[in-house]
Design a binder for this molecule. Structure first.
Ligand code: T3D
Length: 264
């Protein structure tokens, strides 16, 4: 029997949810997204859970949407629009992460790319191994940052820097990501698991009422229109996906070459 694509483990009040497709750098397919949504729902409603960690197995954290699965989905006789795919999957997950009134900590054990990075940015806090790398990656395949990335990136890193990162898809090392506000804490890769647990335990030990209501207050003060924005972002991504550059970008990724974008 094959391994589950999402693993769950508990250490006292801290639950760790781990993406588990290490050979594909934990790129997300529908099965994984559904399993993630179910795991967050379980952890959210379990009163014994006081902090949730989201991490990855192997050398990567998450390489974003599984591009092979994406192509299969687009080529199917009944393709789902990109906007609907986002709404059903990633936007649902991001909304869930923001509305669970418990600390949700992304544990970046390795590369975080595409919507994998967007989901990390939607978490409350981010801890990174000192050898982790962050990259938006969307622009390399003709897309915009989705999964709330076009909101959380400028919120955390600032408008100009956010736009520069979204356009360039530059790779940031963990220390640079911390310097610009994308990561809260950087720890040695060799101690990553234990440091992450200690970090999460610190928040799990606080008053769950104060922690939960502080999260609610920050949500309402800074991202009150999250749901509406996720919807609009999905529409804009749909427009990007209808252009020729997405096909060229994904084909170039699969052929391991640099894309040559023609534009409209
Ligand atoms: O409707 C919708 O869902 C639209 C929404 C889209 C949201 C998005 O997330 S779009 C962005 C998707 N992600 C990317 O474009 C990133 C693609 N990956 C990369 O650029 C690189 O893999 C990384 C920079 C992340 C890491 O590079 P590196 O050199 O460390 O590793 P690698 O050799 O490229 O990857 C290792 C394996 O993972 C490789 O498979 P192989 O050749 O060993 O069999 C590679 O193909 C696979 N892999 C990596 N990323 C993905 C992937 N397979 C499928 N989808 C991926 N995203």
């Amino acid at each position: 029997m094959s391994e589950p694509v999402v693993l769950q483990s508990a250490s006292g009040p801290v639950v760790t949810i781990r993406l588990n497709r290490p050979d594909k750098l934990n790129a997300l397919n529908e099965e994984m997204t559904e399993a993630l949504i179910a795991a967050f729902a379980d952890a959210g409603r379990d009163p014994s859970v006081r902090a949730i960690v989201l991490g990855g197995t192997g050398r990567g954290y998450c390489a974003g949407q599984d591009l092979e699965a994406f192509v299969r989905m687009q080529l199917s006789p009944t393709p789902v629009s990109v906007a609907d795919h986002l709404r059903r999957g990633y936007n649902h997950l991001v909304t869930q992460i923001r509305t669970i009134e418990k600390p949700v900590i992304a544990a970046l054990n390795g590369i975080a790319a595409g919507v994998g990075l967007s989901i990390a940015l939607a978490c409350d806090l981010r801890i990174a191994a000192d050898d982790a790398v962050l990259t938006l990656g969307f622009s390399k395949i003709g897309l915009i940052p989705d999964g709330g990335g076009s909101l959380m990136l400028p919120l955390l890193a600032g408008f100009g820097r956010g736009l520069e990162l979204a356009w360039s898809s530059d790779k940031l090392d963990a220390h640079e990501a911390q310097r610009i506000g994308l990561v809260n804490r950087v720890v040695p890769a060799a101690n990553f698991e234990i440091e992450t647990l200690v970090y999460a335990q610190r928040f799990a030990a606080l008053s769950p009422i104060a922690v939960g209501l502080t999260k609610r207050a920050f949500n309402r003060s800074m991202i009150p229109h999250l749901a509406q924005w996720l919807d609009e972002e999905a529409e804009i991504q749909d427009e990007a996906a209808k252009g020729p550059d997405l096909r060229e970008g994904v084909t170039a990724f699969m052929e391991k070459r640099t894309p040559a974008f023609a534009g409209r």
